[in-house]
Ligand binder design. Sequence first.
Ligand code: URP
Ligand code: ZN
Ligand code: ZN
Length: 463
Amino acid sequence: MSVLIKNGLVVTSSSSYTADVYVEEGKIKAIGTQLDYSAKTIVDAKGKYVLPGAIDPHTHLAMPFMGTFAQDDYETGTIAAACGGVTCVVDFDLQQKGESLFQAIERKKSWAKDKVAIDYSLHPAIMDPRPEVIDEVKDAILEYGTPSFKIFMVYDFRVDDATMIRLLKETKKYGGLVQVHAENVHMINHLNEEFQKAGTLSPYYHAKSRPNIAEEEAVSRAAKMVEMTGSRIYIVHLSSKEGLFRVKEARDRGINVFAETCPQYLLLDEERYKESGFNGAKYVMSPPLRTKESNQALWDGINQGDIQVLATDHCPFDFNGKKDMNGTDDYKKIPNGAPGIETLLMLMHSEGVVKGRISLEKMVDVLSTATAKMFGLKDKGEICVGKDADIVIFDPKQKFTITQEKLHMNVDYTPYEGMEVTGMPVEVYSRGKKVSQWKTDHVEFVGQKGYGRFIKRQPLTFK
Ligand code: URP
Ligand code: ZN
Ligand code: ZN
């Protein structure tokens, strides 16, 4: 399988230049001008961008949650990813009670087998922190290829602060990273009780029950534990100006706090919860959507380097049948989460680059290069000789109106319905094999389920 991509604008995290890219046996073999290789496939990329495939390090494929399952499994979720220009996902793997981390990883690998269409890895989420599980962190980092670990400060399966400290220490020893969902559960429970008494239980109160200060407090507490242990932490789905302020405050003092945000926290705001009828439930996710002020602060956080990674938190539930299953009279019973894996790149280009909020190079950094470095994906994340040929040919002029009908995610809505974007992935390659292709007015999957591989990641290094 050889591919010669001619005359595209190759975009890296630091510069862009016109070149040819030659791919053989799944790897980028050469980059230069007027490359003279006889390839099986020749792609004319004049006027197009040649980008590294986006990496989504925050997905919940087939995850059991709030009495149901996130609807995209490894087949539908990774097909949608490929159609959106995402060529690798790092999916959360929620450890069940009594399971070892090894068992949790093998279980989720068995769900992916024969289904996954692009490469993937796993972050074990520690939910049963028995002493032997904390001891197993070393093997997970050094042997299993899963050096990042998710913990929750909220939900029934949250861990306590003592566990967080033990995990921070253990991960520091071997090159691991703790990722945390940071919200203060007691503040949220208190507000839930108040809204229950007042009978204010529509989707809008989901947002009001999880105020910015709940995120701010949890980020600040997590940062203090990093300071105490000398370790590092990664805040997932950072949503608020106040949370970002605490990240920045720690970073300015040399404490290793990293952060991720998601398109929904950059582009949508809490007005969405006021949509007519029960429509606000489409945006019930945790943390909730914030205000335009937070949207802007997060763009600034990306540009200033306090937020290093963009991810989706892809966790889809049908509006009809799942969001309304138990929650029409009580926001607390609406499954938390929203779809996003397929719209990540198109939104970041159109709303970020085209509107001048971020540069093209910054987009590549937060979607690919920094993500690969953060999570030890050594062969991914860059258009560079020797890396996997995970490549997006991106037409910056191609228009598309986002509509659920033309997307591949296994869910009955998109939060971005009707939004027109400028710029679309028109050909996507995963290790040199074409997996999706623009056709007339939408992207089609042309890959193969089962093609994706589990990627054993490297222990992590931090400054
Ligand atoms: O609402 C969300 N984010 N659902 C998925 C689980 C999580 O907290 O990331
Ligand atoms: Zn979360
Ligand atoms: Zn999540």
